[in-house]
Design a protein around this ligand. Structure first.
Ligand code: G4P
Length: 530
């Protein structure tokens, strides 16, 4: 095995998802602690110390003028090189999250044991299931009163339509929480809260057959409940099927408490055993093997204004194959140009470092002078591939934007184009009315305000906005002259900046009417590029 293969083999790249407050940050901190990537000061107050460590790191980022969103973290753990992709925890589902999931090989879902599935988790989970990536569930906060584990598993199964396999089983919860039963090892791991999670402590283990010792540890009542639970678990439910886990059809479920540092280590070790090294990626022509020595990567996130004064942007790319080397000239497929990736950086737990080399599975952030768009491919000059773009959600709100100051044309155009490249807005124009006005489509209306604000502050351009009544977008497929179509008065023909023709409708029924009136017309929700 070559050095490169060895490096790729030990990579594990996953996204961590949860509804806000379920404990994603706390769990991530514990992972970093185990990896030795952060040192928690003392053993007094776990949470306070952990917060402190992370806020220091944010401060560092601020000083360097980089955004504080912890998009990616890399750390080492027992020979593995782990990349965690954080997903934004906004209440509003954002496309950013979706794209981040495209860059991961598996997902860890954190659920609050008292609350179960919450709206945010529901949407995210569905996306993981769509991609068939393995999903590992960590049911958190067992040190607080929790819902019945049976209920929680049932909810996961019925809501998401995939199987669950409890890897461990909680013994009580809240003040009664005594630990977990490890189904693989057949032991009870006893919970003691004296360390409050600030240190890595191995839990006291007791074999399940030693009933007296178990009774002593967890009490007679819980011992008897546990015996019943084990019988039920072993007798019913899914068999553990590794392949089903790897295809995203069966989610291994772990119970624990991130804050109290209980069950985290078992989780991490099991997860690393069951998850995969970087997966192959498909293009339209071929499957790109991660171990192929030729470098290839795709851009999944663009983050602007890390430094406002310089309008700088960082394009995050997931390496799909081979090895990245700094100062090598690569090929930007969409730009049709050779390119050197400027200031390639990687986010280690506590710092951002310029990287000289990185491997398939890794995420690097490169300085973007405004040339990349979401979904772009960067690859070896002599071995060109092109990954399928990342599908975007169809916008549901549209507005016409024009600049107030006629002299600011360049700023207006550059600003709107660059912001569109980041993926939060999509832009169109009316083929009959020139380029003075831009039609902007967004998924959430808040993006209109963000756009106005950013054009004003970053591009010194005041704009006027007129909201449009249309809410549905369809691409016109095939050979067809849109000018010849029979359309309702409130249907609008527009083009995107790749020249694709689209129709905007006020209602779904308008779509059906138009299809009926124009036999042969093919309308789709996605453009043919996706
Ligand atoms: P998030 O990233 O998913 O949004 O959640 P985060 O880790 O920030 O945790 C949200 C809250 O839940 C925090 O409390 C955190 O301490 C708490 N928490 C996380 N894991 C556990 C757990 O296993 N048990 C218990 N009991 N609590 C847990 P907070 O009150 O919001 O933080 P603070 O205001 O006290 O700092």
């Amino acid at each position: 095995m070559s050095d490169m293969q060895r490096e790729i083999e030990r990579r594990r790249t996953f996204a961590i998802i949860s509804h806000p407050d379920a404990g994603k940050t706390t769990l991530t901190e514990k992972f970093l602690l185990y990896g030795g990537a952060i040192q928690l000061a003392g053993s007094v107050k776990g949470k306070a110390a952990a917060r402190h460590a992370v806020s220091d790191w944010m401060e560092l980022e601020k000083q360097r003028g980089i955004s504080i969103t912890a998009s990616v973290l890399q750390f080492e753990y027992e020979g593995f090189c782990i990349n965690i992709l954080d997903t934004p925890g906004h209440q509003d589902f954002s496309e950013d999250t979706y794209r981040t999931l495209m860059a991961a090989d598996s997902a860890v879902m954190v659920i609050d044991a008292a609350k179960g599935i919450e709206p945010q988790t529901r949407k995210l989970f569905r996306i993981c299931a769509m991609r068939h990536i393995p999903i590992f569930t960590f049911i958190n906060k067992l040190d607080r009163d929790s819902r019945s584990p049976y209920d929680l598993l049932d909810e996961l199964e019925t809501e998401f339509g995939i199987g669950t396999y409890p890897m461990n089983w909680p013994i009580g919860s809240g003040v009664d929480f005594k630990g977990v039963y490890d189904r693989e090892k057949n032991t009870v791991l006893a919970y003691q809260d004296f360390h409050k999670g600030s240190q890595r402590i191995h839990a006291l283990e007791c074999p399940i057959d030693d009933r007296d010792a178990i009774r002593e540890l967890i009490g007679e009542r819980l011992e008897s409940t546990l015996a019943d639970d084990i019988e039920l678990l072993d007798g019913a439910g899914y068999e553990f099927d590794r392949e089903a886990v790897q295809n995203g059809r069966l989610s291994p479920v772990f119970f624990g408490s991130a804050l109290m540092n209980f069950g985290v280590e078992q989780f991490l070790e099991s997860f690393l055993k069951l998850t995969t090294a970087p997966l192959a990626r498909e293009t339209q022509e071929e499957i790109v093997d991660p171990f192929d020595p030729h470098f290839s990567a795709f851009v999944f996130k663009i983050q602007a204004n890390m430094n406002k004064a310089h309008r700088d942007r960082i394009a995050f790319m997931r390496i799909c194959s081979g090895k990245f080397e700094r100062n090598t000239e690569y090929w930007h497929v969409q730009g049709k140009k050779p390119i050197k990736l400027a200031q390639p950086q990687q986010m280690m737990a506590e710092s951002r470092e310029i990287v000289d080399e990185a491997y398939a599975g890794d995420i690097i952030g490169v300085f973007d002078p405004g040339i990349y768009s979401i979904g772009d491919t960067i690859c070896d000059k002599d071995r060109r591939v092109c990954f399928d773009g990342i599908p975007t959600f169809a916008p549901e709100h549209f507005a016409i934007f024009e600049r107030k100051d006629t002299l600011k044309r360049k700023q207006f155009e550059t600003g709107i184009r660059q912001i569109a490249q980041e993926g939060a807005i999509q832009i169109f124009h009316d083929p009959n009315s020139g380029l003075e006005e831009v039609i902007v489509g967004v998924v959430g209306v808040l993006q209109f305000e963000v756009l106005e604000y950013r054009l004003r502050t970053e591009y010194s351009t005041e704009v006027r906005r007129r909201d449009m009544p249309q809410e549905h977008l369809r691409y016109i497929q095939g050979e067809c002259d849109p000018a010849e179509l029979e359309l309702l008065r409130d249907t609008r023909w527009v083009q995107d900046f790749k020249g694709n023709n689209l129709l905007l409708f006020t209602g779904e029924w308008g779509v059906a009417w138009t299809e009926k009136q124009n036999p042969g017309l093919q309308l789709t929700e996605f453009s043919k590029n996706w």
